[in-house]
Design a protein around this ligand. Structure first.
Ligand code: NAP
Length: 507
């Protein structure tokens, strides 16, 4: 990349770009940056390993509920997925393998936590404050992920409980559950994977449900050796299988994204699954949701309902009044003494921006602007924060398809933004306020017709009910918009600074 006048001493390199996070998306961005001829960049990763949320989520039963052939990048094929839905260790191993295959470790600075970002408009440079000193770059790709942070929920009496507390997203493998009385709080996507494993080892499991979710069977097979061999030898066969899965998931949008007659069919299918697996009418009633399918994330499991009916498992639907030193008290006044509480209560989702302050042009604060709900242009650029490109940004979430399919569109868009700044020697590239406003007006209007806005509470919405997370359409539409790059959507300022140019080995 050609650069203009250097204004900084060499001791502080100014990278062409900095990628925040070495999870699936940060690594995917790195692959595409190298492909685009950008190699003076660094990936800042707070942990000492790649993998992001898949590195962190090691709870028993952790697996992806989207088929692996689709939950992977098309440019980083893995012909040997062991199952339809791979377990988390296999996904982590794939991410490690992808890191080596594309020789990405040389770019990663492990053990470096980003604490803040600020943009110098005169220089056209972002300074990233980290716990290991400042880093500078002309552009930044945010790939820190929406489900990277988790903490115990604000439940009354949390600190009084004297037993073992485990957060699903930070599993403590040193704690032996055998023979223990365990409580699980939460019945979302993580819980339905954990509970079937817990009932196999714990003495007893009490599941505290606040809201039952819609559950569809998860048809999970070991991949036949023949298919693995075929995928290895004939990549186009794997591509065809992926395309078929993609189209199958796209079809689900008609019922899960929009509230339509297909939504009613999905409800019927889920009820049939419930009827088939649960014979007790009272339990069935307790497990029947009162919201439209799609409003909250669909749960995919064939072993959750059987686990709930195991002799050592009990579903509790009374609200939790408080935690107490020995367990939980529900609002019917019953004390549930347990040795361990598993909190499968979700994540600290970053609906108001990344988990560090971002200061843009004229000292504006992204967290302040997004306090009531994030807004961006095509989920990737935010006015006033130039040369900054988000992955899994506002309204980029899929309700029916693979996040990694959407991610590919985001990565390509971000790389296009980075190369536009570098190739045109721009000081900055800032999306126009009116373009962003027009985009969001339309988007929010389209969101009103979706299942997510049909009256349930979910982590997709802010406390005020603003949807800052989901994309109201087919993945195909999302990808089409991400493929279209219109320079006229952006305000351009010429005169970028010199970059580190020679690539530096770090980490
Ligand atoms: P979640 O879907 O947000 O579920 C949290 C559960 O905890 C809900 O049942 C919630 O009840 C309950 N809960 C939260 N706070 C509570 C409280 N104070 N008292 C009682 N109950 C409480 O979280 P998650 O299961 O970790 O999943 C989060 C996201 O991670 C998913 O939507 C998905 O995107 C992703 N995920 C993906 C996979 C995969 O296979 N790809 C697997 C796991 C997770 P309410 O419903 O009443 O709020």
């Amino acid at each position: 990349m050609r650069a203009t006048a250097a204004r900084r001493p060499k001791a502080q390199p100014t990278y062409s770009t900095i990628v925040i996070g070495a999870g699936f998306l940060g690594l995917g961005a790195a692959v595409k940056l190298v492909e685009a001829g950008v190699d003076d960049f660094v990936i800042l990763e707070r942990s000492d390993r790649v993998g992001g949320t898949w590195r962190d989520n090691t709870y028993p039963g952790a697996a992806c509920d989207i088929p692996s052939l689709l939950y992977s990048f098309s440019f980083a094929r893995n012909p040997s997925w062991s199952r339809t839905y791979s377990p988390s260790e296999e996904i982590c191993a794939h991410i490690e393998e992808m890191t080596d295959r594309f020789d990405l470790r040389r770019f990663i600075e492990f053990g470096t936590t980003v604490e803040g970002l600020s943009f110098d408009e005169d220089e056209g440079v972002w300074t990233l404050a980290t716990d290991r000193g400042d880093r500078r770059a002309r552009t930044v790709v945010v790939a820190s992920g929406p489900l990277a942070d988790a903490s115990f929920p604000a439940i009354r009496g949390l600190d009084t409980y004297a037993g073992k507390k485990i957060l699903s997203a930070r599993w403590d493998h040193d704690y032996d559950l055998a023979g223990k009385r365990v409580a699980v709080i939460g019945t979302g996507a993580s819980a339905v994977q954990i509970i079937p494993e817990l009932v196999k080892t714990a003495e007893s499991v009490k599941v505290f449900q606040r809201t039952p979710g819609w559950v569809l069977p998860r048809v999970d097979f070991a991949t036949p050796k023949l298919a693995q061999g075929l995928f290895a030898k004939v990549p186009v066969a794997q591509q065809a299988a992926r395309s078929a899965l993609f189209l199958g998931h796209e079809a689900m949008a008609t019922g899960l994204v929009w509230d339509s007659p297909v939504t009613t069919l999905v409800a019927r299918a889920a009820k049939a699954h419930l009827h088939h697996q649960v014979k007790d009418p009272w339990l069935r009633r307790q497990l029947t949701p009162d919201f439209r399918p799609g409003c909250k994330r669909m749960l995919m499991s064939s072993d959750y309902y059987p686990a709930l009916q195991a002799d050592n498992c009990k579903l509790i639907t009374w609200p939790i009044a408080t935690l107490s030193p020995r367990g939980l008290r529900t609002s019917d006044g019953i004390e549930h003494d347990v040795d361990c509480i598993v909190f499968a209560t979700g994540y600290d989702v970053h609906l108001s921006g990344p988990p560090f302050p971002v200061t843009g042009r004229g000292g504006r604060s992204l967290q302040q602007e997004w306090a009531k709900g994030a807004q961006a242009y095509k989920s990737a650029s935010a006015h006033g924060y130039p040369n900054l490109f988000f992955t899994t940004g506002p309204n980029s979430g899929p309700g029916h398809n693979s996040l990694l399919v959407y991610a590919q569109g985001q990565i390509d868009y971000a790389v296009r933004g980075v190369t536009t700044v570098l190739r045109n020697d721009l000081r900055y590239l800032d999306v126009r306020a009116e373009v962003q406003e027009r985009y969001n007006r339309r988007l929010q209007k389209r969101l009103t017709r979706t299942t997510w806005m049909s009256g349930c509470t979910s982590w997709y919405l802010t406390e005020d009910g603003f949807n800052a997370s989901m994309y109201p359409g087919f993945a195909t539409q999302y990808l089409r918009q991400m493929r279209t790059w219109r320079l006229s959507d952006y305000e351009l300022a010429p005169g970028g600074v010199a970059t580190a140019a020679p690539h530096r080995r770090v980490g």
